[in-house]
Ligand binder design. Structure first.
Ligand code: COA
Length: 162
């Protein structure tokens, strides 16, 4: 378990199955925040059972990272996964996704610590590069990743059809 300074206000750890319900709430909040940037995104696309199954699989595979406050409430999540590509069988590129921090706890370095733990776990599982997606309109996330050394290698272009 990774802690902050002498009096930790939060702890970062790998999510356990007992975290499933709280993680689901965080993930739903993330989807709500992401829908501000992409109107095709909605929790309603999946049933509650499907949402839980998705997160259960991530947890059982050791790919959910959580931030807990001093009274053991979940205040942030992030997930990692192999960046699959049919032209690359190296499994050496991993994705970080689903990074979300409770609004009351933002700007305290929690997402930075979540990303750091994600990078370490991905590296321990064979990653030599991390990739992730950020909406162009998501300034806080873009600022954070830029500060953490991430740079743009792909642009997704879009045009609405009449
Ligand atoms: C983006 C998000 C995860 C950042 O979480 P956080 O815990 O507040 O991030 P940190 O405290 O680690 O911030 C690290 C740095 O990122 C930048 N940053 C973070 N939020 C910012 C904001 N609102 N405006 C400008 N810069 C910001 C700053 O440089 C910050 O360092 P500083 O506070 O010393 O200036 C959080 O705002 C969030 O959950 N947003 C909704 C979900 C989301 O967009 N997730 C990202 C999906 S790609």
């Amino acid at each position: 378990m990774v802690t902050t300074s002498e009096r930790p206000r939060f702890e970062i750890s790998i999510g356990l199955i007992q975290h499933l319900d709280e993680a689901l709430l965080c993930w739903k909040n993330l989807v709500g925040d992401q829908s501000d940037h992409d109107d095709r995104i909605s929790c309603d696309s999946l049933t509650i059972t499907e949402q839980k199954q998705f997160l259960r699989n991530v947890i059982l595979d050791g790919r959910l990272i959580v931030a807990m406050n001093s009274i053991e409430e979940m205040i942030g999540i992030a997930t990692i996964s192999i960046d699959l590509n049919m032209l690359d069988n190296s499994s050496s590129i991993w994705n970080i996704s689903d990074v979300w921090v409770h609004p009351s706890y933002r700007r305290q370095g929690i997402a930075t610590k979540l990303v750091d733990m994600c990078e370490k776990i991905a590296e321990s599982r064979g990653a030599n590069e991390i990739r992730l997606h950020v909406y162009a309109s998501n300034q806080p996330a873009a600022m954070m990743y830029g500060r953490l050394g991430y740079s743009t290698i792909v642009r997704t272009m879009s045009r609405k059809l009449d």
